[in-house]
Write a protein that binds this ligand. Structure first.
Ligand SMILES: Nc1ncnc2c1ncn2[C@@H]1O[C@H](COP(=O)(O)OP(=O)(O)OP(=O)(O)O)[C@@H](O)[C@H]1O
Ligand SMILES: [Mg+2]
Length: 296
């Protein structure tokens, strides 16, 4: 399947997104620890609507943990997350449901149900959250699949399509209810460079043409430089860097430089077990390492 995603369709849901005032996401004093491990340490930030934000950082630094807190899938030890002003961790279930309607999530695995066709997978959230008649749902599904260049694969089952197509089907499902925000957990993982480019273009089109705020967790440096309005690097429970891709490129911070260059030596430790295994197998003498990332 070629990567010709068609994204020039009218926006079906421009009016159903955020209320139009204030930031898309506000995080205040967010903290989370697992036992002795502090993963998120008093994080406070605001994300404006209609921009692409990239969250990057070494493995185990807490990116997925942060994402789970943003979407209300996990309860913080302290602090709050407001999506369009609505508290994601409110005790009132109705309030949480209201907030949940405002965003879609593209999970790393795409998380499609194997027993359903692509179209049926995309229809699922619409059936679950609305009382719309089947003919309307069919139309919405068709539109979303066209939007991600998957119109011709509507009746295929997930096991019949490639990894890149699965991601696009997952994206169609994430935007099924016309969310104002889409969270992407490693949307490029396991894809070839051309398909990564296709997904990047979709993310940018959804933001630039439909005004969707994108929060993207990714390690792909070319993607980061291509899509990000702002890059946030999580390390040691806090943001070690926040800035534009250009500022990222010009940063002299050793942490940032090591990450960008993929240097195994530096302030970001590779997991100790890996280094020890490498010493054992290759017989090298590892240099002393003291600094630790949150999860290293
Ligand atoms: N439910 C949990 N219970 C205990 N520890 C956890 C839990 N979830 C995450 N952790 C720990 O918190 C740290 C951050 O994990 P997280 O999955 O957020 O990292 P990540 O930045 O997404 O890493 P990766 O890039 O490898 O996906 C890790 O050390 C992980 O082992
Ligand atoms: Mg993760």
């Amino acid at each position: 399947m070629s990567g010709g995603a068609q994204t020039n369709l009218p926006n079906p849901g421009r009016d159903s997104g955020l209320s139009g005032e204030g930031p898309a996401i506000v995080v205040r004093n967010l903290s989370k620890r697992y036992g002795d491990l502090v993963v998120l340490e008093n994080l406070s930030f605001e994300l404006e609507r209609g921009k692409v934000y990239v969250i990057m950082g070494p493995s185990g630094c807490g990116k997925s943990t942060l994402l789970r807190h943003l979407i209300g899938a996990e309860t913080p030890d302290n602090g709050e997350v407001l999506i369009d002003g609505v508290d994601m961790h409110s005790n009132d279930r109705k309030v949480r449901d209201e907030a949940r309607r405002k965003f879609g999530v593209l999970f790393q695995s795409a998380a499609l149900l194997n027993g359903l066709t692509v179209a049926e997978n995309v229809a699922l959230p619409i059936q679950r959250h609305t009382d719309l008649p089947k003919s309307t749902i069919d139309l919405m599904v068709k539109l979303k699949l066209e939007l991600v260049g998957m119109g011709s694969a509507a009746d295929k089952y997930p096991y019949e399509i490639s990894g890149g197509m699965k991601k696009r089907a997952g994206l169609a499902r994430a935007i099924a209810l016309d969310p104002a925000i889409v969270f992407y957990d490693e949307p490029s993982a396991g894809l070839d460079p051309v398909m990564i480019g296709v997904i990047d273009k979709l993310i940018m089109d959804l933001t630039n043409k439909l005004g969707i705020t994108a929060v993207v967790i990714t390690h792909e440096m070319p993607s980061i430089f291509r899509i990000a309005d702002e890059v946030m690097m999580l390390f040691g429970g806090r943001f070690a860097f926040r800035g534009t891709p250009q500022q990222l490129r010009n940063s002299t911070d050793p942490l940032v430089r090591q990450f960008i260059n993929g240097d195994p030596e530096g302030p970001i430790n590779a997991p100790r077990q890996l280094a020890e295994l490498s010493d054992k197998l290759l017989g090298g003498s590892r240099r002393g390492q003291t600094a630790q990332g949150a999860g290293a």
